[in-house]
Design a protein. Structure first.
Length: 158
């Protein structure tokens, strides 16, 4: 059987595309052949060649899975992290606190107009209809509320 070693390595190299791996694969094939082959074979070389082929296919599949896993890992590792850092979280919470405090300090009508417009995303017409006021009055109330929030945030930088 050892006279066919070069033929088997060449065959495995064609299947795998790697001569060094083919050498190892043929060695593994000989070990399997020696421990698992039936006692009497009419074509031992054909049987050994089939072992080489099966091992090469298994190796190719395994390499394909490993390659896919590496690609997936590379993609995962290179995804940008869009989570805010702790400092940004603290700053954003402080800004929200300032805006909430400014909204709480608004007169009730102004606060209600602002809540309808910004939080409930109503149109100025809908705000006016709900509060039974004109659209221009609704606009004025919303504007006053937004200015108060803006000033609260501007005061943050003073």
């Amino acid at each position: 059987m050892t006279g066919h070693r070069t033929d088997l390595v060449d065959y495995a190299a064609r299947l795998l595309g790697d001569r060094t791996m083919s050498e190892d694969l043929v060695q593994e094939a000989y070990l399997r052949f020696a421990t698992r082959a039936p006692a009497r074979l009419s074509e031992p070389f054909g049987y050994l060649k089939r072992i080489v082929r099966n091992l090469a296919l298994d190796t190719g599949r395994r390499q394909g899975r490993e390659r896919k896993m590496r690609v997936a890992d590379d993609i995962w590792e290179n995804l940008p992290d869009h989570r805010p850092d702790p400092e940004t979280i603290v700053a954003d919470r402080e800004r929200v606190r300032l805006v909430l405090r400014a909204v709480e300090a608004l007169p009730p009508r102004t606060r209600r107009a602002l809540e309808l417009y910004r939080l409930e995303q109503r149109t100025l017409q809908e705000v006016a209809d709900e509060m039974k006021i004109s659209v221009s009055t609704a606009h004025g109330l919303v504007r006053k509320g937004l200015i108060a929030c803006s000033r609260a945030l501007d005061g943050e930088h003073e």
